[in-house]
Design a protein around this ligand. Structure first.
Ligand SMILES: [Zn+2]
Length: 347
């Protein structure tokens, strides 16, 4: 590879403003554990819209964003053993095996553009060895992009953390990308009940298609009351709250049987407090936080790919929109408006 390399990136330069598409430069060479990849597809997730909107503080402006993508390896730094030139890889934010390298130095008009160990909103990216996983060449690169965050989170919390089984009763509260991955994963275990809850009818239709046995629209009826009616007042054994709204979380906890488990999957506002009945918690109505499904990418990504290839997951159906990278701001806008699925950009 010839350095310096100049390529297009979507840069966060100001909170609340569209990303700026402009050339940045990587002078090279690659350091120990760094890998240069050429992006194929990137997903857009809530973390990035929160960063752009200023909901998550960002001390790194100008900043490169994105943490789920698929890419081709173009060059490797010394000491890299996990991958070679030409490999198809998933880029992810969770740490896997391999070196954690220095973060790359990018410049725009000689001013440093900050970047973490992985970014996906740029034509090329210098990624840390522990933030990518090699996948078979024939894998669908659009679906592969989703394995960087939304799939490992939504599928991981069900199969890896909660270990849902056929004798469980399950509620998935919030059917955005993560919730719909969770519905698919839970359905692969055929629980006694798989109840999907969302205010968006389109999301509920998709949940139904992915195996939800019952759907509830809390905009039209009292979700808690309905779940309790459906379970003879007991609640369900495993609840997954995939929205970060405190009132919904409290409701999710109330739907959980005693004993039972309520998982906090969606991101609540920092500092927000929730009310729970302490007596119920003491009797093992457990409230469990989850970060990225608790998955280890080296194991989870091949395992979930296998489920996809066997038809137990149909993750390709989650892709609701594919746009060009140059129009990433439109895709981000779509992601804000339509949460029942995933918007992806193509490079
Ligand atoms: Zn994410």
């Amino acid at each position: 590879m010839n350095y310096p390399l100049v390529f297009k990136a979507a840069i966060l330069t100001e909170i609340g403003k569209p990303l700026v598409i402009d050339n940045i430069e990587f002078k090279g060479p690659l350091l120990d554990g760094q890998i240069l990849v050429k992006m194929k597809y990137s997903g857009i997730c809530g973390k990035q819209t929160d960063e752009i909107d200023g909901k998550a503080p960002d001390a790194f402006i100008p900043h490169l964003l994105g943490h789920e993508g698929s890419a081709e390896v173009m060059d490797i730094g010394s000491k890299v053993t996990k991958t070679k030139k030409g490999d198809l890889v998933v880029l992810h934010w969770r740490k896997g095996s391999g070196i954690q390298s220095e973060t790359p130095l990018y410049y725009r008009n000689r001013i440093r553009v900050n970047s973490g160990w992985v970014t996906t909103f740029n034509e090329y990216a210098v990624v840390s060895e522990n933030r990518l996983t090699v996948i078979p060449q024939k894998s669908d690169p659009i679906v592969a992009a989703l394995f960087g965050c939304v799939v490992t989170t939504g599928v991981g919390v069900i199969l890896n953390e909660a270990k849902v089984e056929s004798d469980d009763t399950v509620v998935i509260y919030g059917c955005g990308g993560i919730g719909l991955c969770a519905v698919q994963a839970a359905n692969s275990k055929k629980p006694k009940k798989l109840i999907a809850i969302d205010v968006n009818e389109k999301a509920l239709d998709m949940a139904k298609e992915f195996g939800a046995t019952d759907i509830i629209n809390p905009g039209k009826e009292d979700a808690l009351k309905r779940v309790l009616e459906m379970t003879e007042g007991k609640g369900v054994s495993k609840v997954f709250v995939c929205v970060g709204i405190i009132k919904v979380l409290e409701e999710g906890v109330e739907m959980t049987s005693i004993p039972g488990e309520c998982y906090i999957v969606g991101v609540p506002p920092k500092g927000a407090q929730m009310k729970v009945e302490a007596h119920a918690v003491m009797h093992e109505r457990n409230i469990i936080g989850t970060l990225g499904g608790g998955t280890y990418p080296d194991e989870a990504i091949p395992e979930y790919f296998k489920l996809q290839n066997e038809g137990k997951l149909r993750l390709e159906k989650l892709v609701s929109y594919v746009g060009d990278f140059e129009n990433i701001n439109d895709a981000i806008e779509k992601m804000r408006g339509d949460v029942s699925g995933r918007c992806v950009v193509k490079f």
